[in-house]
Design a protein around this ligand. Structure first.
Ligand code: DLL
Length: 433
């Protein structure tokens, strides 16, 4: 199996920890010296960079949150003067001002190499034709995957998002072998091909590099069966670098998180206490190599766990489990914590369920009530009310037995649940209105 940077990716842990410590100290020094927000936070706790003598000492430092980035909008968290910044990206966010992130020329090099690493791990080589169906713009997805593909030497098609029929035509004519998109857009492509009467087997696609949103193993199976690709997961976030934080190797047993560039911790999102290895909790990341926009103990809000056991691929980098979603997206239904991706997993396991669903949450008195909307298909007997009812009851029971939460399942007309070109919006939360 091809490994892009064997020197780093297969480093013995002891050596890796030494490298992490050196890089951590350099990052903390730079952040303290150049970013007022970090300096103030350290001063408040009476901490100076010299106090960080081991990796364990990192736990003494305060967390950084999205709120810090908002308060320092747009350039307050930059650790270099703007003239050294060669690129600015931003993450949209749902409310208020976006988050602004910057890259120096070196940061762009590092970013390209990190993306090349997970793409190589997923099986992409210089022989591939990579079709990028992420939107080029402020979103980091397209540029990150673009740079990584070019570094590998693959042929890049910078298709951008949307334009589904053209996307399919190009895929056919240019013989794309690798598809880069959100997993939900991969389903949209499969649906459209079906409508256009195009057999995905006639395409040249081999590998799918999917990320930017949570997706279940059921969704992976659905994409693989319908697009004839090997679907791989990759993870990242703008604040930390964009894509290129972690990605699956051919074993697909968790995403290798590139620990020479990022130091991960798992904390309890309620108490903020670090959790022992293997626990499920919120991922916190400290960047170890970034120049323009260092992040110290950034709270990602993403819920996952880390596995330090060796991987058959030979990489020593820790494996991050598929994220269940963001703690902000977690729904508390009748006291039970539920992530939309868990409902998705149950739906995908049911014969006849369409891959399009939407969750609607309402508050009735003190209780949250969840309605799961799924589209009617030929497989669901729309004209026979009795069979339809028993189908719905079966889905409700299944969700209850797997997740331990009672929900109402409702059938809606075909094609009424929005299709997505970028990140899917699965939840309508009427409690906030
Ligand atoms: O989505 C960066 C990215 C682009 C990653 C392309 C992978 C591929 P943001 O727009 O800042 O950046 O959104 C980051 O998306 O905190 C997660 O909640 C979610 N996310 C990203 N990748 C995954 C994934 C990009 N593989 C936020 N699984 C993160 C689950 C993901 N969630």
């Amino acid at each position: 199996m091809q490994i892009w940077e064997p020197h780093f990716e297969c480093m013995p842990r002891e050596e890796l920890e030494q490298l992490q410590l050196e890089r951590l100290q350099a990052t903390i020094n730079r952040a303290y010296k150049n970013v007022t927000c970090y300096r103030n936070k350290f001063n408040e706790l009476g901490i100076v960079p010299e106090d960080i003598r081991s990796l364990d000492d990192l736990a003494k430092l305060p967390f950084t949150t999205k709120e810090d980035l908002r308060l320092n909008y747009p350039y307050g968290m930059f650790a270099v003067p703007l003239r050294e910044v060669v690129r600015i990206h931003s993450s949209s966010g749902t409310t208020g001002k976006p988050t602004v992130v910057g890259y120096t020329r070196n940061d762009i090099k590092t970013w390209s190499s990190l993306v090349a690493r997970f793409m190589t791990a997923a099986g992409v080589t210089h022989d591939d034709v990579v079709q990028i169906a992420f939107g080029y713009g402020l979103f980091t997805g397209a540029f990150g995957l673009h740079y990584g593909s070019e570094l590998i030497g693959a042929s890049v098609i910078p298709m951008s998002s949307g334009n589904t029929e053209k996307q399919i035509m190009i895929m056919q004519d240019y013989k794309s072998t690798a598809l880069v998109s959100t997993p939900s857009y991969a389903i949209t492509l499969a649906d459209r091909m079906e409508k256009m009467g195009i057999d995905p087997k006639s395409l040249s696609l081999k590998v799918g590099l999917f990320g930017a949103e949570p997706w279940s193993e059921g969704m992976r199976r659905e994409i693989e069966e319908r697009l004839y690709v090997r679907a791989t997961d990759n993870y990242g976030l703008s604040e930390v670098i964009g894509p290129g934080v972690a990605g699956e190797c051919e074993q697909r047993c968790g995403m290798h998180l590139f620990e020479d560039a990022f130091f991960p911790e798992i904390i309890d999102p309620e108490t903020c206490e670090p959790l022992p290895p293997g626990s499920v909790g919120e991922l916190v990341i400290t960047t170890l190599t970034k120049e323009a926009f260092p992040m110290i103990r950034y709270r990602t809000r993403d819920i996952t766990s880390l596995d330090y056991a060796p991987c058959a691929c030979g990489r020593t980098m820790v494996r991050m489990k598929k994220t269940m979603g963001r703690s902000d997206d977690m729904l508390i239904i009748k006291g039970v914590n539920v992530f939309p991706s868990q409902i998705e997993e149950v739906l995908f396991a049911i014969e006849g369920c369409e891959p399009h669903y939407q969750l609607v949450v309402e508050r009735q008195g003190a209780t949250d009530v969840l309605e799961v909307r799924i589209e009617v298909t030929e497989n669901i007997f729309f004209d026979e009310m009795k069979r339809q009812r028993s189908f719905l009851e079966m889905v409700e029971k299944k969700i209850d037995s797997v997740l331990g939460v009672g929900v109402t399942v409702k059938l809606v007309e075909p094609n009424t649940i929005p299709r997505h070109e970028g990140k899917a919006l699965r939840v309508i939360d009427n409690r906030k209105i």
